[in-house]
Design a protein around this ligand. Sequence first.
Ligand code: ADP
Ligand code: MG
Length: 701
Amino acid sequence: MAEAATNRASARAEQRPITALRGVGSALAERLQRLGVTQVQDLLFVLPLRYEDRTRVWPIGSLTPGTRAAVEGEIQLTEVAYRKRRQLLCRISDGSGFLTLRFFYFSAAQQERLTRGTRLRCFGEVRRGPFGLEIVHPEYRRVLEQAAPLEDTLTPIYPLTEGVPQGRLRALIGQALCELESRSVRDWIPPQVSEPLGLPPLKDALTYVHTPPREAQQAQLAAGRHPAQRRLAFEELLAHHLTLKLRKRAAKTDPASPLVDREGLARRFIAALPFRLTGAQARALRDVDADLAASLPMVRLLQGDVGCGKTVVAAAAAARAAGSGLQAALMAPTELLAEQHWRTFRNWFQPLGLPVALLSGSQPARLRRSALETIASGELRIIVGTHALFQEGIEFAQLALVIVDEQHRFGVQQRLRLQEKAQKHGCFPHQLIMTATPIPRTLAMTAYADLDISVIDELPPGRTPVKTVVVPEQRRDEVVARIVTACRAGRQVYWVCPLIDESDELRYQAAEETATALAQALPEVRVGLVHGRMPPAKKDEAMLAFQAGKIQLLVATTVIEVGVDVSNATLMVVENAERMGLAQLHQLRGRVGRGTEASTCVLLYRAPLSELARERLKAIRETNDGFEIARRDLELRGPGELLGTRQTGLAQLRVADLMRDADMLPRVQETAELLLASYPDNIAALAARWIGSGERYGRVG
Ligand code: ADP
Ligand code: MG
């Protein structure tokens, strides 16, 4: 009790508005707010992006282009020149060489002060200019005496916001650091946690990162691996993890309708399937069933590599909702995928006497109106659609289950809007969120701490791994010949068209031209085309024809990347594969190898390959395993889209880095439990410090 009271008291002591600092008026305070700074203490948590070493002055003669360095010299000449643009040139010398300072923006007063003979200390990036080495827009100041004192710490470079110059921000943070001496910031992590981890106390960590001594290991700092940085990263990860956990807890106090499948639809659905569920699918479905039977809302992430069969699990859950007289909606990120799911669901549910509605943005008004009516009346219990599902004017009779496919394609906001639609009579919907994003378990448990997680870690039996070959563009003819062979054997083929960055228009044009050219080259093959710009009816027609085998070769843009499922397709050709990311290639390749036949993916590339492209193609050729590909992708370019964490709060980390700091995650999770159990009063302060007062996450679940 006493502890809690002190915590609250010192939390209050930390609440000093930023305007309490000398020289901070309301205008500056407003600008600082954009950096998340409202309290004096917040300044300490604006952390440097990097450091510069201004602790020594370099002889001008020793400079090389590309380095960032401090130099000192006397002005030889200052002049305004007109080369394309008006500019101020100022030449300095220190006896070892000359350096030009170039300013495109300058005031008359500034120009006047840069008189011949003035000593300047400058800092900036040295580059090669028309008259030898130069620095464009250096930071500079006049020095009066010969041996003006140098910086004795590395210089932090902070993230900027408009109207708060670097120097000003640095000075403000300096003031906050001075206060650290007299008013301590509260360390919300108990020492029994931080000490065994070898992490310094908060105050030491803050002082170090804002003012690292000149002998600091700069490489370690740049890599973010100094214990002071790790201490802060730990705290940040902890704050996010706790916020997500609390959000989950809060969700678990909301009421939801338990789904009791009186009509036995889910059971009948599973029994009627032409295949048996894999062990992993059955386990995931058991998790889902247990959640759905409860009167608390399910918030479950269903994770599994492309082709593992997530859709069946979702369909079983939807059948259960329908069987209990309520509605289920499945939201897909593209119309193509929504339509495909709708067809799949229709095939599965028609025998059970369950109609399925489709809602997409491009539906004819008449169809849409009748769909809306049956959805509002509750007559239709299973609804498939794109984000059109949560638009104005759509009323559900009682939506009890929300299923989101390919979650990484949606923003958190979109998911929330659908959830809001479903909130009726104080009841919250169950949510099943599906993703093919392979993300290691410890990472998932942190990034998705607000969700329960089920993993499908097994592919349906009888799949032969896709063979991937990398072929230069010059051998395109051989590849085209392969298409004939595949089609003669009764198989089908995807041809994925190059990515053209310039414009969508060109991309579609290229797809059309490729389709025409291939149709000419392959008179015996029935060629179809699908791209995002086609009228929906045409797109639909092409997909249906491909699914029915009427089209043998489908030329497509990357619209087919997510979800498309035609198991007779056994050959995929990807043009300009060198331009695509690993995640995208893996997703695309997931369109083949869906049946029992052996499949091949041909990656066509145009030379010369960059180092990165070469590594990517090597990785995709060597493995089919999504987790392994994710790992390599991280190695190659750092945590990116593949992680799928962009849509989570963890995308906004300030010091922490999920991959780099992954080793701390188990301890972060343990510490979160400890704080929840023994130091609950520390949590709000910790969250406020790192995340703000919760507005970044909003109310979720
Ligand atoms: P994803 O997880 O990538 O969404 P899908 O749900 O599209 O995968 O399933 C891929 C293919 O595997 C579909 O054609 C589906 O019908 C089939 N499938 C799913 N589960 C099984 C299973 N247990 N046995 C055989 N085939 C299955
Ligand atoms: Mg899918």
